[in-house]
Ligand binder design. Structure first.
Ligand code: THU
Length: 160
């Protein structure tokens, strides 16, 4: 028996330590939260995806009275980006979330299904997606979804 140790590298920033481009992407995700449709959870999530051609695409969580029919902001954003710009890889994705009390303190952790969809987007374009997770206290940055989704399942497993 042996242990398999997995290491994730998560950089922790204060907002004013980020460069102007990253600040802009986060601000865009924060502004998007105003367009969330979250009448059930009152948890408004916004995401902003920066594409290779410089375009920024935003999305928000879209809830439904039949709860599982809703979708998270990250997936809304990536599916929209990939639908509108199928030839453009996603370079970076920023996410922000607020309750009725305001933006959350700790960086918003994407759900498992969103992590899987981010992984699929990386694989589809063969390019890592830098992820910026906003919290009032600090911002987490990872260079790729591999730091948030270790031992991930992708199409290569089916080719073995
Ligand atoms: N949600 C997101 O949009 N992204 C996340 O990373 C976590 C959760 C949404 C789904 C649902 O509309 C609400 O937040 C509460 O779970």
């Amino acid at each position: 028996m042996k242990d398999l140790q997995i290491t994730a590298i998560i950089k922790v920033y204060q907002y004013d330590e980020l460069n102007a481009d990253d600040q802009k992407l986060i601000k865009t995700a924060m502004e998007a939260t105003a367009r969330s449709y979250a009448p059930y959870s009152h948890f408004s999530v916004g995401a902003a995806a920066l594409l290779n051609n410089g375009t920024i695409v935003t999305g928000t969580n879209q809830e439904n009275a039949a709860y599982p029919s809703g979708l998270c902001a990250e997936r809304t954003t990536l599916f929209y980006a990939n639908s509108q710009y199928p030839d453009q890889a996603v370079k970076a994705l920023a996410v922000a979330a607020k309750t009725e009390k305001g933006f959350i303190q700790t960086p918003i952790p994407p759900c498992g299904a969103c992590r899987q969809v981010i992984l699929e987007t990386e694989k589809r374009y063969g390019q890592p997606i830098r992820i910026l997770l906003y919290g009032k206290e600090c911002i987490y940055e990872v260079k790729s979804i591999s730091d948030l989704l270790p031992l991930s399942f992708d199409a290569s497993a089916m080719e073995e």
